[in-house]
Design a protein around this ligand. Structure first.
Ligand code: ZN
Length: 266
């Protein structure tokens, strides 16, 4: 599932195809999934931003509107029409952008600018991990009272954009067990730094390609070659050599090193 680095990579590479162009028509086959897209017709894309795992295109004109895209499990933008193209954005210069989504968990909607009532996860999202708003002290205070840390990260409440891959990688880097509750201040600080480091490195590599994700050019990302824990069950921990274990935490497949990430009992 695309997480912050994949969505940020998509945003950077997609921006030249969207920004400054006027959307003449949005073509799709599922009105309940792709809501109010006709409201974008005749509007020009002024910016292409990202919040967590959401792409947000700011549109020209009044009332102020945004085109919001969530890639879901298998969504990506591709340079050409494919058998899994769900939404096609036609622009005034004759070009088009193609949103493909094999499993159809992705969402596309036009909403009043800044009004995310129809998308509660986006509405309640925590700070961007690479922004100054993601403050180490505030994170440590919240983490001191937190339930099991991995599901807490995945909730998007303490920080935006962290999914299964980057939660496992950041927890491994910080040496914190995925089920740890009530983090000590030093654990929380290590995790805060690890989240930033992992996100930065993954964006630099163009994200991780496991199955469906690709950059808008069609090229794969490269960060899957730098994973230390995610998907590495049975392989030696790069830090200590112990076999990485796979378990289920909060209904998600989870990878950790039993030597580097010890569950501390309160
Ligand atoms: Zn280890």
């Amino acid at each position: 599932m695309p997480e912050l680095p994949e969505v940020e990579t998509t945003r950077r590479l997609l921006a030249p195809s969207f920004v400054g162009r006027t959307i003449v028509r949005v073509e799709h086959d599922a009105p309940h999934r792709y809501r109010d897209t006709h409201l974008a017709h005749g509007r020009t894309v002024e910016h292409l931003d990202r919040r967590g795992k959401y792409l947000i295109a700011r549109l020209s004109g009044e009332p102020a509107l945004e085109l919001v895209v969530h890639l879901g499990m298998t969504g990506s933008f591709r340079p050409t029409h494919t058998p899994h193209t769900r939404v096609t954005f036609h622009f005034d210069d004759g070009t088009a952008a193609y949103f493909q989504d094999a499993r159809r968990f992705g969402k596309v909607a036009v909403v009043p600018a800044g009004n995310y009532r129809s998308m509660p996860t986006l509405q309640k999202m925590g700070p961007e991990p690479l922004s100054d708003d993601f403050d180490a002290d505030a994170f440590a205070r919240a983490a001191a009272a937190a339930p099991a840390v991995k599901p807490w990260l995945l909730s998007q409440l303490p920080v935006a954009g962290v999914g299964n891959i980057y939660a496992d990688e950041a927890l491994w880097m910080a040496g914190v067990h995925p089920k740890q509750t009530r983090l000590e201040p030093d654990e929380a600080r290590r995790l805060h730094a690890a989240l930033r480091a992992v996100m930065t490195a993954a964006i630099e590599s163009g994200g991780s390609t496991l199955r469906d994700y690709a950059q808008p050019s069609g090229e794969a990302g490269g960060f899957q070659f730098h994973h230390n824990a995610y998907g590495k069950d049975g392989q030696p921990c790069p830090r200590c050599g112990t076999s990485i274990e796979k378990s289920v935490v909060g209904q998600r497949g989870t990878h950790h090193c039993p030597t580097c990430q010890v569950l501390r009992q309160d």
